[in-house]
Design a protein around this ligand. Structure first.
Ligand code: FAD
Length: 466
């Protein structure tokens, strides 16, 4: 039987990054993955394919709606070839997962294809292509998550679908109804809206993106409404029925009236659930809590002292970069180091256009915590760079401590915000004040100038260009 310093179950961004860092630190490392491709949800059916389709559909929208204003005329009709678009997405996925194979080889990590399950705290059985058993001094559980569902919905994967099927549809829906106005539903909704579908978003809460700053929800809601998406907030879905190619959703509005929606596809995007099926965690003494998550302490250690857990399967934001940070954290802990993760500084991003990004506390959280804060906000439309490219929607909002001026939260919606948020994370990591940000130079003309201007506005209402 092969024996390892560390075995990692699951090859998503948590698992494969943990494997690389363990190998870098000199540990003999095994990675177990039940599917034939590495990379987990993120690379196969999550971050990467959704961004590929967002990019393709964005190009289409630019070509059909905005090229003309730039003086670009395309004679003849511009058409979508969905089959080709999906094939390109798959090629991007294949290239990316192939890259992980290369990294595993480069770092001398033994990869086993098959379902990993605990026999006890130091032995893992593998069922599948590389069937067998291995011994591991330490194990990292990185088994991720799967789409969740409402108990009364039958997801048939044809017309009533999850994000996984939405990434490989064979036709553009005529009317895509989306249950859940969170990140995944909105990103995929925008893809199919751009490609010509009618889109209805049905959300239980009173706003989309309910965990983000309310200002961002409001602005993105405006963008979706402007694009003629139907945004049904405060609607509780009570039934989903399929009749042939038609799907009927019944919901209760906030007055208790029954409302009906009819369409040809229903995307159920009501969140994701931690995934531990088949892991046989009990055999190793690993506790699963009543939310289905693997219970961990502040060192990401489970109830079995030589077993750790990271990523979507434990508490906290279900994000690829959070899983990666945790993978590195556990590897370094096993190597005797004292790593640190500041969960307050894990940014959240929505890759719609305009993009939405945030880090730190929201206004709602600061109010709840009774923290005195000041706000500096700057609209992109006041920037030369935004006008030059025609991307004028959105703003940057900086929340700073009323007394110390320390930046407590940065919330932005606009072009390239997914990348711009890195500046806010850096500033907050070094505990910058709003004035600090306002005093360093930002290249002109750039979208990043909105951050400097918002910081100036937060400092002493000193924004220069508004
Ligand atoms: P996963 O990526 O879920 O990987 C877990 C792996 O473990 C899987 O490959 C699974 O097959 C394997 N596994 C499970 N059980 C076993 C077992 N017993 N034996 C062997 N293997 C097993 N996050 C972002 O940060 N940015 C985004 O833009 C983004 N977009 C997304 C878009 C969509 C449509 C979806 C669905 C998700 C998106 N996410 C995004 C979330 C992101 O994909 C997850 O947060 C991330 O993949 C979690 O990583 P993980 O390593 O914890 O688990």
């Amino acid at each position: 039987m092969k024996s390892y310093d560390v075995a990692i179950i699951g090859s998503g961004p948590g698992g494969y990054v943990a494997a690389i860092r363990c190998a870098q630190l000199g540990m003999k490392t095994a990675l177990i993955e039940k599917y034939s491709t590495l990379g987990g949800t993120c690379l196969n059916v999550g971050c990467i394919p959704s961004k590929a389709l967002l990019s393709s559909s964005h190009h289409y929208e630019e070509a059909t709606k905005h090229f003309e204003e730039h003086g670009i005329e395309i004679p003849g009709e511009i058409k979508v070839n969905l089959e080709k678009m999906i094939a390109r997405k798959q090629a991007v996925v294949d290239q990316t997962t192939g890259g992980i194979d290369f990294l595993m080889k480069k770092n001398n990590i033994d990869v086993f294809e098959g379902l990993g399950s605990f026999k006890d705290a130091t032995h893992i059985k593998i069922e599948g292509k590389d069937a067998g058993e291995i011994e591991a001094k330490n194990t990292i559980i990185a088994t991720g998550s799967k789409p969740s569902n409402l108990p009364f919905i039958n997801i048939d994967k044809e017309r009533v679908i999850t994000s996984t099927e939405a990434l490989k549809l064979k036709e553009i829906p005529k009317h895509l109804m989306i249950i859940g106005g969170g990140v995944i539903g909105l990103e995929l909704g925008q893809v199919y809206k751009r490609l010509g579908a009618e889109v209805t978003v049905i959300e239980y809460m009173d706003r989309i993106l309910p965990t983000m700053d309310a200002g961002l929800s409001k602005e993105l809601n405006k963008v979706f409404k402007k694009a003629k998406c139907k945004m049904m907030m405060s609607h509780k879905v009570t039934a989903v029925e399929r009749k042939g190619d038609e799907v009927i959703i019944k919901a209760e509005d906030k007055k208790g009236n029954e409302v009906e929606f009819k369409g040809d596809y229903c995307l159920v995007s009501v969140g994701r659930r931690p995934y531990t099926d088949g892991l046989n965690a009990e055999a190793a003494g690993v506790k699963i809590n009543d939310r289905g998550q693997v219970d961990v302490n502040e060192h990401l250690q489970t109830s079995a002292s030589n077993i750790y857990a990271i990523g979507d399967v434990v508490r906290g934001a279900m994000l690829a970069h959070k899983a990666e940070e945790e993978g590195v954290f556990v590897a370094e802990t096993l190597a005797g180091q004292k790593p640190h993760i500041d969960y307050n500084l894990i940014p959240g991003v929505v890759y719609t256009w305009p993009e939405v990004a945030a880090v730190g506390k929201t206004e709602e959280e600061l109010q709840e915590d009774k923290v005195a804060y000041k706000v500096g906000q700057f609209p992109f439309r006041a920037l030369g760079r935004a006008r030059a490219s025609g991307d004028i929607d959105g703003f940057v909002k900086i929340l700073a401590d009323e007394k110390t001026d320390e930046v407590l939260g940065v919330h932005m919606i606009g072009a390239r915000c997914a990348d711009l948020i890195a500046e806010a994370v850096t500033a907050m990591e070094f505990r910058a004040s709003a004035e600090d940000i306002s005093r360093y130079s930002h290249a002109h003309p750039t979208f990043a100038e909105a951050i400097k201007e918002a910081a100036l506005a937060a400092t002493e209402d000193r924004a220069l260009h508004i």
